[in-house]
Design a protein around this ligand. Structure first.
Ligand code: PLP
Length: 461
């Protein structure tokens, strides 16, 4: 019986249009995953039942956003939608100068080119694949300064995305502030499982870097999710709105790169935002080379309009409560089935600990990659690897990086799936867990030069 005092919440929206899904048979899935080289990135979307590959560009837009598409001003220069986006960015994030880009990595490319000199060190709270690559391509070296707890999949620290101030200070002493153009703070930390950074940590990082004249740049892809965790977990912030917390976080930084494909509820888009006028001038010249004119940066006018509206919707408390509520619901169900997952559960998905799930596999047998393939085979659920394949190789030695975390990410798109889908996912994972002893590892038979997890191919050992 349901206790009568229990009050359930539900999504703050109703469904206006649906997209039908194809159901596949086990034989069809075996064929599909083999043809995809056991890499879920190489599956065809139509062969997937529930797609948890990523929360990037997979959100459902609102009727307001769809209406916004019709207001696209597709002028080459000075589109009305650019100014709407600029206004939305100023209102919600507070940055002075805006350069739209086709997505987050477009902004990372330009930021890296205008800020990083050869030999520079860029500290950050755990690496992100495209971010680190752009830093390296610009001649810089990424240095991880996240707290140690982030590498422990079950440490209960409520803000496992925090920057370790001692590590950062030591790095500044060792290399000198002149070689550190900025500290990159990611909110939330994707590779650690969507773990948030506390407001206290943001303030401390600001104070420390200010003493050395070092800038702070946000990777603000999931900033609203991070703000929700501050509201829920950090003392003194329970009564603050997500919207006001987002703006406060930005106020401790000098600029940001943004993939609007996550928090901002659009299918494509991103931007670089800066407060420094000189750097902005350089960047707005650079964007013309790589993306498009500085008032569209690789986006259609309608894309910028949908983004401007999506940003406003993303910081609403009710939206965030339902979005993260759904992720936490799936996390609870998996924990009830004893599945080893990263805890506390982060903002954008569930991360299964593949080392614990498949303890009989060595890390160079790609346990997370193998588990992602098995999850697809069981019920057509597509997930992705976040472990040794994603970590890539050390450019100097050519060896794999062996990350502590070997994870499979079940990323939940925003406003797309129902609670019943979450139940089907939990049951499928539990079913695979029951036969985990029979799962074998993989051998990598082909890998591309950059970001190999997207395109590498495997065979069953
Ligand atoms: C997705 C993402 C990026 C890159 O953004 P794209 O839009 O995919 O190019 C950068 N940082 C983080 C933390 C991300 O999750």
């Amino acid at each position: 019986m349901i206790p009568h005092q229990k009050r359930s919440w539900a999504e703050p929206f109703k469904i206006k249009m649906v997209e039908l899904l194809k159901m596949t048979t086990p034989a069809q899935r075996r064929k599909a995953i083999k043809e995809a080289g056991y890499n879920t990135f190489l599956l065809r979307s139509e062969d997937v039942y529930i797609d948890l590959l990523t929360d990037s560009g997979t959100s459902a837009m609102s009727d307001q956003q769809w209406a916004g598409l019709m207001l696209g001003d597709e002028a080459y220069a000075g589109s009305k939608n650019f100014y709407n986006l600029e206004r939305s960015v100023k209102e919600h994030y507070g940055y002075k100068y805006l350069i739209p880009t086709h997505q987050g990595r477009g902004a990372e490319n330009i930021l890296s080119k205008v800020m990083i000199k050869k030999g520079d060190i860029i500290p950050g709270n755990m690496y992100f694949t495209t971010t680190r690559l752009h830093q390296e391509l610009a001649g810089g070296t990424f240095a991880d300064v996240i707290i140690d707890e982030a590498h422990d999949p079950t440490h209960p620290h409520p803000f496992k995305g925090n920057i370790d101030l001692d590590k950062l200070e030591k790095l500044i002493k060792k290399h000198g502030a002149a070689r550190i153009p900025y500290v990159c703070v990611a909110v939330t930390v994707n590779m650690a499982g969507g773990q948030p950074v506390s407001m206290a940590n943001m303030k401390e990082v600001r104070a420390l870097t200010a003493r050395h004249g070092i800038k702070v740049i946000l990777d603000m892809t999931r900033i609203a999710e991070n703000a929700f965790f501050i509201q829920q977990r950090e003392k003194g912030y329970a009564r603050r709105s997500v919207k006001s917390l987002v703006k406060e976080m930005c106020s401790y930084t000098d600029g940001a790169t943004f993939s609007a494909k996550k928090d901002a509820l659009v299918n494509i888009g991103g931007f670089l935002a800066l407060n420094d006028e000189e750097k902005y001038q350089e960047a707005s010249n650079m964007v013309v080379v790589y993306e498009g004119l500085h008032t569209y940066g690789g986006l259609a006018g309608r894309d910028m309009e949908a983004m401007a509206i999506g940003i406003a919707e993303s910081v609403q408390d009710e939206h965030m409560k339902a979005r993260i509520g759904q992720v936490l619901y799936l996390g609870d169900r998996l924990q009830q089935a004893d599945i080893p997952i990263v805890t506390p559960v982060g903002g954008h998905g569930i991360f299964i600990d593949a080392k614990k799930f498949l303890p009989h596999l060595k890390q160079d047998q790609f346990p997370a990659q193998a588990l992602a393939a098995e999850l697809y085979l069981d019920a057509g659920i597509r997930t992705m690897e976040r472990g040794i394949v994603s970590a890539g190789r050390n450019a100097k030695t050519g060896d794999h990086y062996y990350p502590k975390l070997e994870l499979v990410r079940l990323t939940i798109p925003r406003r797309v799936y129902t609670q019943a889908h979450m139940d089907v996912i939990a049951e499928s994972v539990a079913n695979v867990y029951d036969r985990r002893d029979k799962i074998t590892g993989l051998r990598m038979v082909w890998e591309p030069q950059y970001l190999r997890f997207f395109q590498a191919r495997f065979q069953v050992l």
